[in-house]
Design a protein around this ligand. Structure first.
Ligand SMILES: [Zn+2]
Length: 652
């Protein structure tokens, strides 16, 4: 460990390494091998609940069976750093996972700089931005900043003269010629234990954003064009989304041309890309090679035999620029992340791509507070909920009410994937269906100029009965579309199957990680509630005090023509809502880390304005004993901003 030696600790303190404060600007820069280690150690020290670090050679002893020094990095034995950014308190063995590889080629240094800044961005903005917090709370981001540690320290493409991106178990004819490097073995061990939904592997030397296929066995002859991967639609849609996140050039073209590896780059044998997409489902030993290398004391051939469906990642290869190591002054600065522009430096562009990829790792419905019954009718009361889709492109969502006896405590887990089949069926059968909506998901709005408003779902909730209000949603069903898939199979990736298949369950090769997904995902709007139609004129002060923290936005309600709402009348009837537990947001928030000072984010602003609305409403009720409408203006705190002018110089 670097910091165990006192003089090194002192040196680390002197390193020009500051994390800044949230939303503060700073110029991006390259870091050496040792500076990168120090940077992550300090990040972990500052955010112990969000950052975890490991060294591959320590936690995966099988990659280095004889404890030899396999390489020297800046005077120390080389170690392959692995980082996870996630809220440790909320992690489960089915938290969706995403992976970023800084550099397989040590002289292509933009990737390491990008993923290092990504890690600190996630930590610093966690306490500031609710969407970033969602990325960290409900997804796990794995990073190998210097995947090829030896190459990075030595400024060389290869690891001890072996190319790691020809070393993966794909289409090798000689088993001794794969899994020779520490780089590939470390990645292999990580993929054996985790189920990555997406990955970006960063390279340099040309500019292209590409996806599978990237090997000769998936090319048409004699045209030498890539055949269609079974997940083409998902690859293309997510590819277009991250291409848009990277932004445009001065000439108003996309910064990254998007296409398949075989078409835009070139086919390779032993590439990480095709292996990590297909190792869980293509045939072995061809093309998925069973490796038997002799380097570094060997590596057991069992390590390249995989459980069915275990490795099925949607993989993007980003060739970041024509330079392998772009000039220092082309990296840009931190505030550019929020302002897509042709003048953005490399890191802002690619960091936005990473954020969009992390978002897509988990499709979900975000429920905006507050929601409440809007009117009393004949034995029914209407409920209004504002939602938007996150981590998806298309969403179909329906509001449903289910007797709470079927869903005790309204606990459906993160998206209903954990529920037993019998309980899940009962929920669907006993649901009272309300409004449905379908269309585009909103997704991350950190840098988007035009954010569509949330969708409004309304419906009559049975009164006098304790119910759970849920949202049943399906995402990205268009990902099933195929034209001429090669091979002729349905989409294979975890990300697509978790959205498309009625039930998709898979376990990692080693360790406890698993995916438990259903096509129809369930999201609780809150805890159990019981609605009773009553007249507001009978409300007492105590009644009012007992009201849960719910209100309805007039603007929201006016946006719909639901027959259950008494719109068009200036006098609203007030429903009485009896919570049997507290009414909570979709996900309980973790305790806030002590070392983070929170800015007033959307939820705190919403909560304050909402509390004020409630207080004013209560006062009016007590004074006038009349029906009142409580308005809570809940709008996304995101301000609309025009896309920055496409002026200035292209950084290349
Ligand atoms: Zn490369």
């Amino acid at each position: 460990m670097w910091l165990q030696a006192p003089w090194l600790s002192a040196l680390a303190l002197l390193l020009p390494c500051s994390f800044g404060t949230p939303n503060q600007d700073r110029i991006f820069k390259y870091r050496s091998y040792r500076e990168t280690h120090s940077f992550f150690e300090q990040l972990q020290e500052k955010y112990p609940n969000l950052v975890e670090l490991w060294y591959a050679q320590d936690i995966f002893p099988e990659i280095l069976p004889r404890k030899i020094t396999w390489g020297t990095c800046e005077g120390e034995p080389c170690k392959t750093l692995i980082v996870r950014i996630a809220n440790k308190r909320l992690l489960t063995n089915s938290t969706p996972e995403v992976f970023f590889s800084g550099a397989l080629h040590g002289d292509e240094r933009l990737g390491p700089a990008t993923v290092t800044e990504l890690a600190s961005f996630l930590c610093e903005e966690y306490g500031v931005d609710t969407q970033v917090r969602r990325l960290v709370d409900f997804r796990a981001t794995w990073i190998m900043p210097m995947t090829n540690a030896f190459g990075y320290a030595a400024h060389r493409r290869e690891e001890n003269s072996m190319d790691p991106n020809r070393d993966f178990p794909y289409l090798h004819t000689r088993p001794e010629r794969c899994m020779q490097t520490q780089t590939a073995r470390a990645v292999n061990e990580l993929f054996r234990r985790h189920l990555f939904q997406f990955m970006i592997t960063f390279h340099g030397g040309m500019r292209a954003l590409t996806y599978e296929w990237g090997s000769r066995n998936h090319m048409t002859m004699p045209q030498r064009r890539s055949t269609e991967p079974p997940d083409e639609t998902a690859f293309r849609e997510v590819g277009q989304a991250i291409q848009a996140a990277a932004g445009k050039t001065l000439h108003r073209r996309w910064f990254y041309p998007l296409g398949r590896i075989n078409d835009l780059v070139y086919p390779v044998e032993g590439g990480m890309e095709d292996w990590s997409y297909a190792a869980g489902w293509e045939k072995s030993p061809t093309p998925i090679t069973v490796c038997k290398p002799n380097t570094y004391g060997g590596y057991a051939e069992e390590r390249t035999k995989y459980r069915r469906d275990s490795i099925s990642t949607l993989v993007y290869l980003a060739e970041m620029d024509n330079y392998k190591t772009a000039p220092d002054n082309s990296l840009g600065h931190r505030l550019e992340i929020w302002s897509p522009s042709a003048t953005n430096g490399h890191i802002a562009r690619n960091l936005r791509m990473c954020l969009k990829t992390i978002e897509m790792t988990r499709p979900e419905v975000v429920v905006l507070p507050p929601s409440m019954p809007s009117s009393a009718g004949d034995g029914a009361t209407s409920l209004s909920v504002q939602i938007y889709g996150f981590g998806c492109h298309q969403m179909t969502a329906r509001l449903v009410a289910v007797p709470s006896s079927v869903v005790p405590g309204c606990l459906v887990g993160e998206d209903g994937g954990d529920l037993e089949q019998e309980q899940f069926q009962q929920i669907l059968q006993k649901s009272v269906k309300m409004d449905a909506t379908e269309g585009h998901c909103r997704g991350l709005s950190l840098w988007n100029a035009s954010t569509p408003p949330p969708r409004v779902l309304q419906g009559a909730v049975p009164t006098g009965e304790e119910v759970c209000v849920l949202i049943a949603a399906e995402f990205d069903q268009q990902w099933a579309r195929q034209t001429r898939p090669d091979p002729l199979v349905t989409p294979r990736s975890h990300a697509a199957r978790g959205r498309l298949e009625e039930r998709y369950q898979v376990k990692a090769n080693d360790g406890p990680m698993m995916i438990k997904a259903r096509r129809t995902k369930l999201f609780a709007v809150g805890g159990p509630i019981r609605l009773e139609a009553t007249s507001a004129t009978t409300m007492t002060a105590k009644d009012t005090v007992d009201q849960p923290a719910l209100a309805i936005s007039e603007e929201t309600t006016m946006a719909t023509s639901d027959p259950h709402t008494s719109l068009g009348s200036s006098i609203w009837q007030q429903a009485r809502l009896v919570p049997t537990t507290t009414f909570v947001n979709l996900h309980p928030r973790p305790e806030e880390p002590e070392d983070v000072t929170y800015a007033q984010d959307f939820f705190s602003i919403a909560a304050i304005s909402f509390a004020l609305s409630i207080a004013m409403g209560c006062a009016m009720l007590l004074r006038n004993r009349q029906e009142v409408a409580i308005k809570a203006n809940v709008k996304d705190a995101q301000t609309r901003s025009e896309l920055a002018e496409m002026v200035g110089k292209d950084p290349i």
